[in-house]
Design a protein around this ligand. Structure first.
Ligand code: FES
Length: 65
């Protein structure tokens, strides 16, 4: 399933990146480009990360606006 439509990033790509050590939205943004355009996918992309606080999600999304 596509998580990031802007950059055509799938859940599988995100899961693989997390399995390879990504542990923040910043890591996913740097490695995949997810949530680097409109930012609408940031919350969903973050849901694939191990335990992440709400503040980090809001900060990452806010950075896109
Ligand atoms: S849907 Fe991911 S940046 Fe727009």
């Amino acid at each position: 399933m596509y998580v990031c439509l802007c950059n055509a990033i799938t859940d599988r790509q995100i899961k693989d990146t997390v399995a390879s050590g990504a542990n923040s939205l910043t890591d996913l943004q740097a490695q995949l480009g997810v949530a680097t355009c409109c930012g609408c996918c940031a919350e969903l992309a973050t849901s694939f990360l191990p335990a992440l606080g709400e503040n980090q999600v809001n900060t990452a999304v806010g950075a896109q606006k």
